[in-house]
Design a protein around this ligand. Structure first.
Ligand SMILES: Nc1ncnc2c1ncn2[C@@H]1O[C@H](COP(=O)(O)OP(=O)(O)OP(=O)(O)O)[C@@H](O)[C@H]1O
Ligand SMILES: Nc1ncnc2c1ncn2[C@@H]1O[C@H](COP(=O)(O)OP(=O)(O)OP(=O)(O)O)[C@@H](O)[C@H]1O
Lengths: 217, 217
């Protein structure tokens, strides 16, 4: 397990902190307000109320010892930039920071952030992916025009074998798994038949996703 | 192609609108402010300045004819709820809405939204996934504890065959693809050797991701 610091315990920071802590990592949660710190206390290793734009505080708390830090401050752009710069200067090897705009993100990189997150843009792109292929419950682009799609078995495929499915739009190159009720059949045989209620995971050309027979008229 | 309406052209709404329009779908972008409407004009089919809490306006603009609508209003919770309710009552079959909190999301569902998006939580979870396995550049959970991971070939795997890789942590069950420079080798042979700079896409048990040999000390 590794050590992480999360500065800013709003909705974004709290989820980062909680997820890492649940996976067994050491998480130091920091926020300038009492409320978020109290809430974080139940999920992280240590939660401390502090203003991280104060360099003395940062040193005192030993924040520089972590493997990676997350600057999850949203609205206060100045604080976001200052805290990022201080963490980088203190020697934290990886600093991920959330940005409000491309210029803000550019500046964060200039002061040494190693990864920039744009929450609204990321979830907007994921929603658009869902809307254009609503039966595709997840999509994962692999680059070079191929991706992995998870989809509810379209009505038109029920009773077909996987070999037959490979020949109909969107012509997946491989069915990786079938989720059937509680069971997951990884690397199913070509003769396996699709049943109503199956969830299929396919390796599939990205451009063809819109060709999956779907619920829009 | 389908018809979509996106109400609210902030960072989230704009990305949804742009992505769908780029994929060839008909996108009607709506915002109460001039600025976002102007910006959207370059990327969507139609961009109109309007206050969508006004039921008469909604009817006039024919927004009810779309296949799906997105309520991308962030801060104004009242407007988000009212616009969602109006779109549902007007007969739009799928209404996706962004929520600021779980209670807000619950209310949106009660007024008929078919999908709720929490941008901060979604990107927070994605960042946590990245931090716990930093060489994994993407991860896609398939449920039942398996997922698809894309990762930079760890130093320890260079020169090994895919068969050997399958036997070392995190014991992937299948290497789906190798991205090597400009080329993507889908379904590579078991004897294929990993080269420096390769990006591997694996079907892999989720709990083992932390075992990938990685850059943290
Ligand atoms: N200088 C600082 N030191 C420590 N914490 C800070 C500092 N400045 C802001 N924060 C904290 O960062 C957190 C997130 O900031 P933001 O203003 O984006 O709130 P939010 O909108 O609740 O966040 P989210 O969008 O993640 O829900 C807040 O809880 C705030 O108290
Ligand atoms: N009643 C309404 N009718 C139409 N548009 C609206 C209405 N209320 C708000 N909007 C628009 O919704 C957009 C997004 O709202 P929000 O207040 O979240 O702005 P934002 O913070 O810029 O958004 P984002 O977080 O997506 O970047 C704004 O451009 C706003 O003008």
């Amino acid at each position: 397990p590794h050590q992480f610091a999360v500065v800013g315990l709003g909705r974004f920071g709290m989820v980062v902190a909680r997820t890492l802590a649940e996976r067994g990592h050491d998480v130091l949660g920091l926020d300038r307000d009492e409320g978020p710190v109290q809430e974080a206390r139940e999920v992280v290793t240590h939660a401390i109320q502090a203003d991280l734009t104060d360099e003395a505080v940062l040193r005192e708390l030993g924040v520089a010892e972590v493997d990676a830090a997350v600057v999850a401050i949203g609205d206060d752009v100045e604080a976001s930039i200052f805290v990022t710069a201080l963490l980088v200067e203190a020697g934290v090897p990886h600093v991920a920071a959330r940005a409000n705009s491309h210029l803000h993100g550019h500046i964060l990189r200039r002061v040494g952030a190693t990864r920039i997150i744009y929450p609204e843009q990321e979830s907007g792109a994921a929603l658009a992916q869902h809307l254009r292929a609503p039966d595709v419950t997840d999509y994962f682009a692999l680059g070079a025009g191929i991706g992995v799609a998870r989809l509810n078995a379209p009505r038109a495929w029920i009773g077909r074998t996987l070999d037959e499915v490979r020949q109909s739009p969107p012509n997946p190159s491989l069915v990786l798994a079938i989720q059937r009720g509680e069971e997951t059949i990884a690397e199913p045989a070509p003769g396996e038949q699709v049943r109503d209620g199956d969830v299929l995971v396919l390796l599939c050309p990205d451009n063809n996703l819109d060709e999956i027979p779907c619920e829009y008229p």
